[in-house]
Design a protein around this ligand. Structure first.
Ligand code: SF4
Length: 309
């Protein structure tokens, strides 16, 4: 029989705190990085917070061409722990892969935390291991949010089986920031099968997503302005309203993240829908958006958070 956790003085033993803090990237629950490091490829990369954080926490260069990526040793341990915790609580956790990397970057050499070369594997091996574990149903309580600025690489890098029958707990996402990147990135993303999302941030000009929102082609849209850098005050809340209305019209979950670091989020943009279920998510996402109580529950005022990636 299970022992009661009552201590000698009669008080209950405090619950053990989960060792991983939730991420302050509000549309996810946790972030996991297989490696740190990347190379700038788009307008949206200009004020990349991941690069700044990497320079601050890790002195060895891991950004740009010709550098190696830092392997994160604990990544798979963290995934196992998150899965165990989520299964024991009978919940799903949304896991952003990754806040300090781009999962669909071309294969790069690896170094360890002390800067020593890792000879036998590249970032491609880590990506393969993750995809294999997902295919083997090791993480069925985790929903993976793969966000990339290289959507044309997705079909080249995912397992062949995913091109026919993609896992229900994977979302493929990309980050358009203006008309040009919207057209290019979204068209590339739409060649991928499975759940798809857009993180439209930092939004740098007025764009319409309408052509791509019909028929639930996109399952989740995040919008936000830039926080930090010379483009910070550029964001016009009306740009957010245009996409908000397009999402409402097409029953696409809409998540407004931030205006910038200074300006508060206008009341009518305080909307934070999330796709709520993993399995068959398109249908449940539509249900969520039509449910007024769900909208009210998720539409909370927020202070402007950390910079966008
Ligand atoms: S914004 Fe993303 S893709 Fe661009 S450099 Fe940073 S991590 Fe890489």
């Amino acid at each position: 029989m299970k022992k009661k956790t009552v201590r000698l003085n009669g008080t209950k033993k405090p619950k053990k705190k989960f060792k991983y803090p939730k991420t302050d990237i509000e549309w996810a629950d946790f972030t996991v990085n297989l490696w740190w490091g990347c190379m700038k490829v788009s307008l949206g990369c200009e004020h990349c917070y991941a690069e700044k954080d990497a320079k601050f926490y890790y002195r060895i260069p891991i950004w740009g061409k010709g550098t190696s990526r830092r392997k994160i040793e604990e990544a798979f341990i963290k995934l196992d722990d998150l899965q165990k915790e989520a299964a024991s609580k009978r919940v799903t956790y949304r896991v952003f892969i990754g806040s300090m990397m781009d999962i669909f970057e071309l294969p790069q050499k690896l170094i360890d935390k002390n800067g020593n070369k890792i000879e036998d594997i590249t970032t491609a091996h880590l990506r393969y291991e993750l995809f294999k574990n997902i295919s083997d149903h090791k993480y069925d309580n985790l929903v993976f949010m793969f966000l990339t600025k290289r959507p044309s690489n997705i079909n080249k890098m995912i397992p062949d089986a995913w091109k026919i029958d993609p896992p229900a707990n994977v979302f493929f996402g990309t980050s358009p920031v203006d008309k040009g990147t919207a057209f290019k990135f979204i068209e590339q993303l739409l060649t991928v099968k499975g759940n798809k999302f857009l993180s439209v941030e930092p939004l740098l000009e007025e764009i319409s997503l309408k052509p791509w929102l019909k028929d639930n082609l996109i399952n989740f849209v995040i919008v936000g302005g830039e926080s930090g850098g010379d483009r910070e005050e550029r964001f016009n809340p009306d740009w957010g309203r245009i996409i908000r209305d397009e999402c409402l019209e097409t029953n696409t979950p809409f998540f407004f993240k931030q205006v910038d670091r200074v300006r508060a989020i206008p009341k009518d943009l305080q909307i934070r829908h999330r796709p709520i279920e993993v399995y068959g998510c398109a249908a449940t996402a539509c249900k969520a958006i039509n449910d007024e109580s769900y909208i009210a529950m998720n539409a909370k005022a927020t202070k402007a958070p950390k910079t966008t990636k």
